[in-house]
Design a protein around this ligand. Structure first.
Ligand SMILES: [Zn+2]
Length: 255
């Protein structure tokens, strides 16, 4: 099963041609798409897309670190209420992002830890976003790690040491997207030293478009390009990569 475990095709970037984007994904062999939530603003469009085909889409709930500000307690209360009202396939995306702004580092840590606790309470996997904050992020996950905590470090682009620290937690996978196809990326050398048993595929559409479409809007159909790049790295048929990563995603998200 070719699965895009991280796609924001509910965003306004796709308002003009969303149906065609979905059709192209299905034509490329995509069997399922996970739609990670960002914040209050994205919930309605995400739900609306999920409702068009509940067997093909799965929605998540969470507060994204770049949406954490002085009002974060109210936002968390909102997540808590939504979480109690209907089922989701994961908590996400959550984490710590110090690339754009370090002002709310403490608040980001508190919000992340609270949402890790909810992932444990609701027995759901967690979709983790971190940027320029690996040490803070892994410290939180290590603090909350237990037999129930599991998930994905989405858009993984770190070192072998970082990958090993994530994988030693037990229930975590690395989310691999178009970054692995970038000429200047060292990620393929890191992945060469890891088994595809630890990987899931994603696009992060509309961002991080794989080669040869770099610079254009990303979409879920391009997850196949990520699978093809991994097939090159592991010198395995692309269908084997799709099968292994698809099994990982199916298990992690209980699809
Ligand atoms: Zn995302």
């Amino acid at each position: 099963m070719l699965i895009d475990t991280h796609s924001h095709i509910y965003l306004s970037e796709f308002d003009e041609d969303r149906a065609e984007v979905v059709n192209r994904a299905k034509a490329a062999g995509v069997a399922h798409i996970i739609l990670p939530n960002v914040d209050k603003e994205t919930l309605e469009p995400m739900w609306a897309l999920e409702a068009t085909d509940t067997k093909f889409f799965s929605a998540t709930i969470g507060l994204h670190p770049t949406s954490v500000d002085a009002e974060y307690k109210k936002e968390l209360e909102w997540v808590k209420n939504k979480l109690a009202r209907r089922p989701y396939c994961a908590i996400g995306e959550v984490g710590i992002d110090l690339y754009w702004d370090k002002t709310f580092r403490e608040e980001q840590i508190i919000a992340f830890e609270q949402q890790l606790q909810w992932a444990i309470d609701y027995d759901l996997p967690v979709i983790i976003h971190q940027r320029d904050a690996f040490e803070d992020t892994i410290a939180c996950v290590e603090k909350y790690n237990c037999s129930k905590l599991r998930g994905v470090f989405h858009s993984f682009g770190g070192s072998l040491e970082e990958a090993q620290r994530i994988l030693s937690l037990g229930g975590f996978y690395l989310g691999i997207n178009g970054v692995v196809t970038f000429k200047n990326s060292k990620l393929s050398h890191v992945l060469e030293q890891l088994s595809p048993e630890y990987l899931v595929l994603e696009t992060d559409a509309p961002y991080l478009t794989p080669a040869p479409h770099r610079g254009k809007r990303n979409e879920s159909a391009y997850v196949r390009l990520v699978a093809q790049k991994l097939a090159e790295i592991y010198q395995q048929p692309v269908n084997e990569i799709i099968e292994i990563t698809g099994k990982n995603a199916t298990k992690l998200f209980s699809l």
